[in-house]
Write a protein that binds this ligand. Structure first.
Ligand code: ADP
Ligand code: MG
Length: 697
């Protein structure tokens, strides 16, 4: 796929120029300097020869077949040039020219014309407004970047040209080579999804790095990422993820969801390795380019100073990694090579008077300890240690076990750092950074090893929901009535407390008798979103006297806070048995489609923001992961002697909410908040729910 872009036999540069500094000149220069083995044809009607190559007035005059064209003419001429390429039978074009969609409406029109022309000839386009493409194995440098790339194993694609340059420069500085490199520009045709596939299939690419600003089809992207990430690590840095709550939302779920949450949900499903900062982007690439997978979470730390060791240990504490204690066998061996005042715990502190030989002996012992999956070697500059020698040791006999280094300091360790990178040992400036990288390496390996989550459909009453929605549509309503919300969610397995509507105190008394005390009273008004916000909910009403008082208070509260609003009466509801309040909801993202949210529920959801998202529909294992992911998980597990809540029933609720979202695209968002879940054996009860209808997205 797209291979023809990267392995052409002949290349034409349309808009080739004699003037250095011009795109049409620099790209030709790069093609020549990188020793492209095939024929290169400069196209320029005003020149006979450029950089020693015979120039042609138009692509149509070129005497051979042309596999790839690189276009650098001014924007208005591009569609016409593409048309000529079509006549010539060209199949691949890289359009470097800017002045298209990125400039506004006129540019967008021109870009549309460019795409239409290309489609009519079956030409694939990379760009426009891009830096070009590169393949270090076929010796194709069709970029106008001023840096000569090194051959290696990292395949990179980017929506930003500036980032392309940054990656080129970084790869040179860190002596990491590149295999392929694609600057996507406006991605009018070839997009990030095809790039992922292409780099997955490229045998020279071992690690994929991608910089993304926007994703056009989030679902397709996730699916492809799922496949590719099983083969090779894919490190993604995405910018432009906006904070949640930017738009007006009618539910808690809506106010907490945003493009950031949608992307994160995609990452969680697909096993992409996400860098949160540019620095982390490079840090991660260094690890994956140089090191084998981190097979487990158990890390060993060696240090010659206490402080940095503790910093690293603290970072581990807050991560998915663990610092196991050393086996007695390992401790025995260490005692033979370390002074008695050293620390034989993990981190192993070989103390400030250590020299390189002490590092070497310690490492030999720790590498042998099968319990440790990876090692972090920290070095602080002291009078006795020579950083260069330690670097030498680390690069010498590369163990099967991943080892990363953190040499603290600036000038004094500069040479040693260079040595490490040259010897393909990742080096990080600070211990926390090293730990973060190792954590992500482990989480990736964990994801890769677990069997892919399979979505299993639950048995639900699909027909009932379809019928209810049909009634709503036939009455021309966009609002679902309370009993309809209940009907729909019940059809998907949610259980509601008994409840009755009462318009007067007398009716309420009667209703409470039927339901049985204690009861809950809630204001009934289609105009009120969050009832407790306006004093519209009274719980644990034990008798008639309390009921009358609660009824009056609710009416007074609502009248006072929302004068003029129509109040239909109250709902008298059965008290749910004691349990933990959680929220289960869904929303639709324009790119990623339906998302399920789970978190700590109740009336403080937006304040605590202890929620997590997944793409819907989802597998039960994913639902269980969501439950384990929230901060309040220990509360659900049961603290202070409380029993654990019914996790199975909770997971089922999450899965069925996802299924509902996926089954009925006309439902734009919805949630149960709170869902009250108690210990196993107690029914999980949905005490409050809402659903909204929207346009199909
Ligand atoms: P709203 O979210 O509109 O303010 P809810 O119906 O969610 O109203 O009620 C607010 C809170 O009252 C819930 O979070 C829950 O703590 C409590 N509550 C409501 N209904 C019940 C019930 N049937 N049983 C037990 N507690 C309830
Ligand atoms: Mg509620």
């Amino acid at each position: 796929m797209l291979d023809f872009f990267f392995k052409p036999k002949t290349v034409a540069v349309i808009g080739a120029s004699r003037e250095p500094g011009k795109v049409g000149h620099d790209v030709l220069r790069n093609l020549l300097d990188f020793n492209f083995p095939g024929h290169i044809f400069p196209i320029n009607p005003k020149a006979d020869e450029i950089l020693g190559l015979k120039a042609y007035p138009s692509i149509l005059e070129v005497p051979e077949d042309v596999d790839l064209v690189v276009i650098a003419v001014r924007a208005p001429f591009v569609p016409e040039v593409i048309d000529q390429c079509g006549q010539k039978g060209v199949k691949a074009a890289v359009v470097l020219t800017s002045g298209f969609k990125e400039t506004g409406l006129e540019g967008a029109k021109l870009e549309k014309k460019l795409v239409e022309t290309a489609r009519s000839h079956g030409i694939r386009i990379i760009g426009p407004n891009c830096l070009g493409i590169l393949d270090t194995y076929s010796r194709l440098n069709a970029t106008f970047a001023g840096l000569k790339p090194i051959k290696g194993e990292i395949g990179f694609f980017s929506q930003s040209g500036a980032l392309c340059l940054a990656v080129l420069e970084w790869s040179k500085a860190e002596k990491i080579g590149l295999s392929r490199f694609v600057s996507l520009g406006n991605k009018c045709d070839v997009n990030e999804i095809e790039c992922l596939r292409m780099l997955a299939e490229d045998p020279h690419t071992k690690v994929i790095m991608g910089y993304i600003e926007g994703i056009t089809d989030g679902r397709a992207f996730t699916e492809v990422a799922c496949e590719v990430a099983r083969e090779k690590p894919v490190i993604i840095f995405k910018s432009g993820t906006t904070a949640a709550g930017a738009r007006a939302a009618s539910s808690h779920t809506g106010s907490l969801a945003g493009s950031e949450q949608a992307f994160e949900a995609s990452v969680k499903r697909s096993g992409l390795i996400r860098a949160k900062t540019l620095r982390e982007f490079f840090n991660l690439a260094l690890y994956f380019a140089f090191m084998p997978p981190l097979a487990g979470p158990y890390l060993g730390i060696v240090t010659n100073s206490g402080g940095p060791g503790i910093v690293a240990a603290d970072a581990c504490e807050n991560s998915a990694l663990e610092l196991p204690s050393l086996s007695s066998e390992t401790v025995e061996k260490l005692r033979k090579v370390l002074p008695p005042y050293a620390s034989f715990y993990n981190p192993v502190d070989i103390t400030g008077d250590a020299d390189a030989a002490r590092y070497e002996k310690t490492l030999e012992v720790l590498i042998e300890d099968q319990r440790l999956n990876g090692l972090l070697v920290i070095l602080s500059r002291t009078a006795t240690v020579n950083p260069d020698e330690v670097a030498e040791i680390l690069t010498k006999d590369k163990a099967q076990k991943p080892i990363v280094a953190c040499f603290l300091g600036e000038e004094s360790v500069k040479k040693a750092r260079k040595k490490l990178l040259k010897g393909k040992v990742p080096h990080y400036e600070y211990p926390e950074e090293a730990v973060k990288v190792l954590e992500k390496a482990w989480l990736y390996e964990w994801w890769r090893k677990k069997p892919p989550a399979k979505v299993k459909k639950l048995k639900v009453n699909f027909k009932q929901v379809a019928e209810t929605l049909q009634i709503v549509r036939s009455e021309g309503r966009s609002h679902l009535l309370d009993h309809e919300v209940k009907q729909i969610l019940e059809a998907y397995g949610f259980v509601f407390p008994k409840s009755l509507v009462a318009r007067t105190t007398d009716e309420a008394i009667l209703a409470a008798k039927v339901i049985g005390y204690p009861v809950v009273l809630k204001v009934l008004s289609p105009q009120i979103q969050h009832k407790s916000d306006v004093g519209g909910v009274k719980v644990n009403i034990r008798d008639e006297e309390e009921l009358i008082k609660a009824f009056e208070e609710i009416i007074i509260n609502v009248r006072k806070r929302l004068p003029g609003i129509s109040v239909l009466g109250v709902i008298v509801q059965e008290m749910a048995p004691k349990g933990k309040e959680v929220i289960v909801g869904f929303i639709r993202d324009p790119q990623f489609g339906p998302l399920v949210m789970f978190g700590l529920g109740g009336i403080y959801v937006e304040v605590l923001k202890d929620v997590t998202f997944r793409l819907a529909p989802l597998a039960k294992e994913e639902a269980l992961e969501m439950i384990r992911e929230i901060k309040a998980y220990p509360v659900l597990k049961g603290i202070r002697g409380e029993p654990e809540v019914d996790m199975d029933s909770l997971a089922r609720a999450i899965v069925s909410m996802g299924q509902l979202a996926a089954d009925f695209p006309e439902l734009s968002e919805g949630e149960v908040n709170p869902l009250i879940v108690g210990p196993k054996g107690q029914k999980t009860i949905a005490v409050d729910a809402r659903l909204s209808l929207g346009g199909e997205k």
